[in-house]
Design a protein around this ligand. Structure first.
Ligand code: CA
Length: 229
């Protein structure tokens, strides 16, 4: 799945090298050379992942990571720190600041892509292309297909994203606000009632194979996808 990746790196040659490789892999790249520019870009729209250099002019990468983790709007964005430092102490400091992973320069483009994939799989499985299967319900993100007990199910695009999120975050209760953030995206102003409308459509689509009961209403809170009997 193509990702929006923000690169925060002050060395132009390295920034370019990373950008070229990420674009070649199908991702969309945003670039910043310091914290200020990165903040400007993130005010416009949030990236799916941030590649953050440790040594930057002005605010350091570690300080930026802490700041992103401390803000409710940016808290969930996966962060990979890029650095020339390889000392254990620095690695610990980076991870403590909230980075999801750490990659030491010089690194190969292939290694970087592998790390990105691993972090996304862990932090945002609904953004990967992995097929998910729960209790006979199967969702294939690449083919954009859903089937229940082998029977093809017809879902609209929003219902598809909603189901993908549910299946990759099963057994947890999600509030309407959380679903709006995760499925509709940041900076989208829709009413919470909209969630209920799409939940209803999703249940209807799943009725065909009897999987509608997996979408549970948790009274006063929100919704849960039941992965267990
Ligand atoms: Ca640097």
């Amino acid at each position: 799945m193509p990702l929006n990746i923000l690169i925060v790196e002050d060395e132009a040659a390295i920034q370019e090298l990373i950008a070229v490789n990420l674009e070649a892999a199908g991702h969309h790249v945003l670039r910043a050379a310091d914290a200020e520019k990165a903040n400007d870009l993130m005010r416009e729209s949030l990236p799916d992942l941030v590649l953050l250099d440790w040594m930057l002019p002005g605010r350091s990468g570690v300080a930026i990571a802490r700041h992103l983790r401390g803000d409710a709007r940016t808290r969930a964005i996966p962060i990979i720190m890029l650095t020339a430092k390889s000392a254990e102490q620095d690695k610990i400091l980076g991870l403590e600041a909230g980075a999801d992973d750490y990659i030491t320069k010089p690194f190969s483009p292939r290694e970087l892509l592998a790390r990105i994939k691993a972090v996304m799989r862990r932090r945002a499985p609904q953004m990967t292309d992995d097929v998910v299967e729960v209790r006979g319900l199967r969702l294939d993100p690449l083919a954009h297909r859903v089937s229940g007990n082998g029977q093809s199910l017809d879902l609209g695009p929003t219902e598809f994203r909603l189901l993908h999120f549910f299946m990759t975050h099963a057994e947890r209760v999600h509030t309407r606000t959380q679903l709006l953030d995760q499925v509709w995206g940041d900076h989208v102003f829709v009413e919470e009632r909209t969630v209920d409308v799409h939940i209803r459509r999703l249940r209807q689509a799943l009725e065909v194979s009897g999987h509608d009961a997996l979408i549970e209403t948790v009274r006063g809170t929100g919704y849960r996808f039941a992965a267990r009997d």
